[in-house]
Design a protein around this ligand. Sequence first.
Ligand code: HEM
Length: 402
Amino acid sequence: AREMPDILSEEFAADPYGAYRALREEAPLLWHEGMQSYIVSRYEDVARAFRDPVFTTANYDWQLEPVHGRTILQLSGREHAVRRALVAPAFRGAELQSTFLPVIEANSRRLVDGFRAAGRVELVADYSRHFPINVIVDMLGLDPADHARFQRWYTSIIAFLGNLAQDPEVAAAGERTRRELAAYLIPVIRERRAHPGDDLLSTLCRAEIDGTSMSDEDVKAFCSLLLAAGGETTDKAVAALFANLLAHPDQLAAVRADRTLIPRAFAETLRYSPPVHMIMRQPAADVEVTGGTIPAGSTVTALIGAANRDATRYADPDRFDVFRTDLETTTAFSAAADHLAFALGRHFCVGALLAKTEVEVGANHLLDAMPDMRLPDGFVPQEQGVFTRGPAALPIVFTPAG
Ligand code: HEM
C-alpha cells in the first residue's frame, strides 16, 4: 500500500484536501502514531462518530479542562441533556431576533465604519477576528470597553487549543487566561444573580430545570467556551466565505445581486472550507467502522474537512458552488444533505443559528461597503491551521462607496 499522508506534516497543512482524498479512498481507518489516534475520513464514519453515543467526549477532559474548566462539551448523557436545555433557549430564533440582532448589527457596522473610507481592508485583522468576540461580550452584557481585553483572552485560548507543538509558554499563557477570566467573570456573575438584567449572562444565571441550575463556575466555563466555540469558528467562516466568493467572481456577483443567496453561500463555505476540520472522540466500547474496528478507550480523530468533500455525498466535491442542489442551506439538520461543519447529534453546534445570523448581517454590510471588492493584484488567499483552518489574511481593495 502506498504511504499515507501525515496530517501533522507541513505538506498536509499547506493543502490537506488531496491528502483527505487519499485517506477516504485508500485508508478510511488509519492509526496515527504521533497523535496516538485513529483517523476516520469518510462521511458516514465521521457522521457516525458524532451521532452514535458510543463515541464519548471524554477526551475533552484533557483537551479543554485546563483552559476552560468543565464545559458542556465534556458532559454526556442526562447531565449533558439538562445543561443543553439550560443554555439552548438563549440561542433560538425568537431570542436572537428580539434581543441580540441589534447587538450583531451595531458591532458589524462599527467595524465596517472603521475602514469603509479607506479603500482597502485586511478582513481578518480588521473585521472577522473582532466581530464575533465583540458580539459575545455585548450579548453577555459586559462592558464594551473590554472588547480588546476579551480579544487578548480569546487569542490566548485558541493558541492553547491549537498548541500541537505543546509549547510550554503557550500552555502557561492559556492557564493564566483561565485564572484572569475567572477573576473577571465570577464577581460579575454574582452581581447578576443579585441584580438580573435581560442580558445573556443573567439568562444563564437564572436558567433552571427541575431544580437544576448552573453554578458560578459552570456559567464562567460556558462563557469561556463561547469565546473559542463562537469566536474562532465565526471568525474563520466570515473570512472563508469572502475568500471563496472573491476567488469566484461570477458567484460573488450573483450573491451581491441577490442577497437571499447569502445563506447558500455560507452553507457551501462551511462544506467546502469548514472552520473546524477535526474533532476527537473516545469510544466507550469497540466499534466497527469502514476498514476495521476501533478499540474501546482509544482516541478517534473525525475529519470534518474530509467528510465534507466525500464524493459519495456531494457531486464534484472539490468545486465551490453556491448553486449546488445537494446541500442543506438552513441550520435545521437534514439527514439527506447536511455538511458536518456544525457536527451532528447531541453536541450539534448550539450557536449555529447565531453564526448564520452574524454571517448574514456581516456579509450584507461588507457587500454594501465594498461595491467593487477585489483581491489586490497577484494575491492568492492561503488557508492556515490543521485542527481549525481559515484564511491567514484576506486583504481586499475597493472603491469607497459615495
Ligand atoms: C459545538 C462548529 C459557531 C457555540 C460545536 C461543534 C462544532 C461547532 C463542530 C461540535 C463540537 C463537538 O461535538 O465536539 C461551529 C461553527 C461555527 C460555530 C463552524 C460558525 C460557523 C458557534 C457560535 C456559538 C457556538 C456562534 C455561540 C456563541 C457552541 C457550543 C457548542 C458548540 C456552546 C457545544 C454544544 C454542546 O456540547 O452541546 N460548534 N460553531 N458555536 N458550539 Fe459551535
